[in-house]
Design a binder for this molecule. Sequence first.
Ligand code: ASP
Ligand code: MG
Length: 434
Amino acid sequence: MALIVQKFGGSSVSDAASIKRVAKRIVEARQAGNDVVVAVSAMGDTTDDLLELAADVAPEPAPRELDMLLSSGERISMALLAMAIHAMGYEARSFTGSQAGMITTADHGSARILDVTPVRLREALDDGAVVIVAGFQGFNRDTRDITTLGRGGSDTTAVALAAALGADVCEIYSDVDGIFTCDPRVVPMAKKLNVIGAEEMLELAANGAKVLYIRAVEYARRHNVLIHARSTFTPNEGTYVLGDGMPDPRLAKGEAMSDVIGKEEPVVAGVAIDRSQAKITVVGVPDVPGSAAAIFSRVAALGANIDMIVQNVQSASPGHTDISFTLPKDEAEAVAKQLKADHDELGFDNIYFDDEIGKLSVVGAGMRSHSGVSLTLFEALSSNGINVEMISTSEIRISVVLRDAYLDAAARAVHTAYGLDGDVEATVYAGTGR
Ligand code: ASP
Ligand code: MG
């Protein structure tokens, strides 16, 4: 008998009809002889609605109370889902995060899972029940308070449950078919991937792909959990996210070997785009030791997350240089303001703020052993007349910053240039991937 963890996102449980559809899906897995543990998100846009309500009653809601409020969203969906399963004649039991033994740090709104003690879940499984767990929430032992894991945290709940229970697979259901070579709403010829390495998935997620949350993939990679990202609306297999050295699960299912192996691994697995960043350029910084430290200590003090940094060799004025960096749009204005306020100490000439940038990244583990990968990218961009403003690389990724207005066209051109285009246009549901 296999143990399967299934996670259903908010879009899969947005109303009574969809809750019943999900219940049916869960019961099918149970009927097939599996033990089933489910992590569920709040219905539809519940979390956003609750956040709005909180903002309406208080300008800065207390973090503890905000977590009490937000965690209630998942309590609603977990109980309704258990009821729907009962109505189909099956045993199901719902548990809050703390009942499920999700032990977290005390950070309200962004708690991290420290330990999972699923004693009650095991008991329920032993009794033959389907286990339903409220996603996105946990409990801190010191403060004895309820915590939440940050937006999209139900993915992490599911993976943590799968790790703690030694599940065979963690199925993450949403309203899209799996992981695509690029967002099909932007690149219609994008293809669904059958498998992707966790390392590649992490780079794609960190650079704008929204189907799976980074922290969930990191957790899965660390604890060797097999993720299967798939759609609630079709029975089709989605995309398996394989940890290091994990075998392709389709081999075990007896799928034709030639379908699974024998094809050369592509150098590039996918293309990600990201519009969430802004660029700050500090012009005419004294080209002496300590200048960059002085700037970035201000940035760090504000808790802003820098992505790319570029320093020119020298700017127009001798003895000076320009430093550009990118960071999330919603953190950028505060940083620019702070740097301007400290103008006299920092001694720069000028500061520019630009929120009309977009980032395009190509990701692939095959880059390690292939040369000329970046040339393909730069040629595709230049033949479409698209200018590159910043570049950064990792071992398995190349990212460029472009004008926002050209980002979609750039993604299509680059997707084609790396031979990623499928034979047919991808079916695009109005999916959110949640
Ligand atoms: N309900 C939470 C959110 O919307 C958690 C989740 O959906 O995973 O962020
Ligand atoms: Mg949600």
